[in-house]
Write a protein that binds this ligand. Structure first.
Ligand SMILES: NC(=O)c1ccc[n+]([C@@H]2O[C@H](COP(=O)([O-])OP(=O)(O)OC[C@H]3O[C@@H](n4cnc5c(N)ncnc54)[C@H](O)[C@@H]3O)[C@@H](O)[C@H]2O)c1
Ligand SMILES: [Zn+2]
Length: 365
């Protein structure tokens, strides 16, 4: 028997006029029953569910290759083969990979078509579903090209999270705690009060999702195009993207971001930010340690990451300047902030030490 929770709806204001977020029970079925010219593009794990409803969907195998630029042509051809016009609404159902692919093609197909998003991973529910960004890989460079193209609507059915693995739930909670830590002490305390854990039921996930999306709403409404305030939501991502790449994507995005935030804390301490005056920083670190301890094989995957590959990927991040490294750290007072550091030999050594510090954390084996 599914647990019940109060449905929530709120709006995200943006330059295209805004869009609604709905969080509630059985919303997937309601959205699939919608009328009008529509084309479903979904994660392949939903093949049976969609076929049972007679829906002829384009299916995507959600891995990092799927969101590479050279695959976008195939996806666009499949959309055209199904006679999609400028009036067709694309319905994306899946995690961040499907979201990135559909945001991107919806932004360029016939110079732009509307789309609706139904996230299926906790990570996409709590974080990526709002903000309107697509991030596409080119060759070995992750998320190096993209567009802004907000959806018409985001429909969140937390029951979909029930089939997620423990690791996928941890990945979602890593991004969730990141958003709340970035937003400030009140959001962080509210997050902890929900007692977030990978074993939460859908009522718990619905509450975490609403809290995080309301917190993220502040950033994306004040800085839609990622030029100032919103940039701190990249906390853990420069380190994290490097960890994903150096592990050959054995370590997934959300878990890598959790590790990346620990590396950023370490770099901040080396640069003199410790001791932190806010005890929340220790609580934050302990919470991430606790989450990551349940990720199978993490120690082995980290041990297999080559330091040169980590440093190459870190240095290639699109957020850096030629002479400076853009990093998001936690300051002495416990606030997440963005600073530019010189791209010097000494600084790169400190970054390498921050990566190495992760290998000595006694995560579960
Ligand atoms: N554009 C953005 O703003 C943004 C933000 C964050 C992350 N991302 C991107 O999102 C990607 C990661 O996305 P993700 O972690 O949401 O997952 P994902 O799309 O990579 O999917 C991970 C796995 O979970 C499976 N899956 C999806 N939903 C499921 C469900 N309900 N039950 C069981 N299995 C399910 C998929 O088939 C896949 O095997 C990365 O490529 C990352 O770069 C983009
Ligand atoms: Zn992320």
């Amino acid at each position: 028997m599914p647990s019940s929770f109060s449905p929530a709806s709120f709006e995200i204001a943006c330059s295209t006029g805004g869009y609604d977020i709905h969080i509630g029970n059985e919303l997937l079925d309601r959205e699939l029953g919608g009328a009008g010219e529509r084309l479903v593009i979904a994660d392949r794990f939903l093949a049976g569910t969609l076929a049972a409803r007679g829906i002829d969907a384009i299916l995507i195998t959600a891995d990092e290759h799927a969101k590479s630029l050279d695959r976008m042509g195939d996806l666009i051809e499949s959309i055209k083969d199904r006679q999609a016009t400028r009036n067709t609404t694309l319905i994306a159902i899946g995690g961040g990979v499907v979201q990135d692919c559909v945001t991107f093609v919806a932004s360029v197909y016939m110079r732009g078509v509307p789309w609706i998003y139904i996230p299926t991973t906790l990570l996409s529910m709590v974080d990526s579903c709002i903000g309107g960004k697509s991030s596409i890989n080119v060759g070995r460079y992750k998320n190096i090209v993209g567009t802004f193209h907000p959806p018409r609507r985001v429909v969140i059915d937390p029951a979909l999270a029930q089939s997620l693995s423990t690791e996928q739930r941890i990945a979602g909670l890593s991004e969730a705690v990141k958003i709340c830590m970035c937003r400030g002490p009140e959001a962080f305390d509210a997050y902890l009060a929900l007692r977030p854990s990978p074993t939460m039921d859908e009522t718990g996930f619905a509450a975490v999702t609403e809290l995080c999306l309301r917190a993220k709403k502040w950033f994306i409404e004040i800085d839609e195009f990622d030029r100032k305030e919103r940039l701190i939501l990249n906390f853990g991502h420069t380190f994290g993207h490097a960890i994903e790449a150096a592990s050959g994507f054995a370590i997934g995005h959300g878990v890598a971001v959790g590790l990346g935030m620990l590396a950023a804390l370490n770099l901040g301490e080396t640069l003199g930010h410790a001791p932190f005056s806010d005890p929340r920083v220790t609580t934050f670190r302990d919470h991430i340690h606790g989450l990551l301890a349940s990720v199978d094989g993490l120690v082995a995957h980290l041990a297999a990451c080559d330091l040169d590959k980590l440093m190459d990927a870190f240095g290639a991040d699109k957020k850096h300047g030629r002479e400076e490294l853009a990093v998001i750290l936690v300051n002495r007072a416990g606030a997440v902030h963005r600073i530019m550091l010189p791209r010097s030999e000494e600084m790169l050594k400190q970054v390498a030490n921050a990566f190495s510090s992760l290998k000595s954390i006694p995560f579960a084996r």
